[in-house]
Ligand binder design. Structure first.
Ligand SMILES: [Zn+2]
Length: 121
């Protein structure tokens, strides 16, 4: 693994990654970020392609995570939103529900109607 120095004189590894548009590109480990989901244990890594400036995001195996971490890439942990664990009540919202909601918002007095509905529930 090759190393280079940033302006701050900290050592970062040279990383080769593949941009979906440009193909193989050269980065430093500082330019790569690792994302690990603590809910399911999966990881990805991402980088901004130095050629096309698009963000590339790819699955990362445990060995890739370990290598990038050891080389100084930033690791970000995240988890699924708590809303996924909430019990769902009632039928799913359909297109007609959205149209009714839109019409209700355009009518006068929607705020007081909503406040009354919440107070009565
Ligand atoms: Zn690219």
């Amino acid at each position: 693994m090759a190393y280079t120095r940033s302006r701050r004189q900290q050592r970062f590894a040279v990383v080769w990654a593949t941009c979906p548009t440009c193909g193989d590109v050269e980065l430093t480990s500082e330019q790569v970020q690792i994302q690990t989901c603590t809910s399911d244990g999966t990881s990805t890594y991402s980088f901004v392609c130095p050629t096309c400036s698009l963000i590339a995001n790819k699955p990362a195996s445990v060995s890739v995570v370990e290598s990038l971490s050891a080389a100084g890439s930033r690791l970000v942990a995240w988890n699924f939103p708590a809303e996924l664990a909430e019990a769902k009540v009632g039928a799913p919202i359909c297109h007609n529900d959205l149209l009714d909601f839109h019409a209700a918002l355009e009518a006068d007095g929607w705020w007081s109607e909503l406040s009354n509905a919440l107070r009565d529930s």
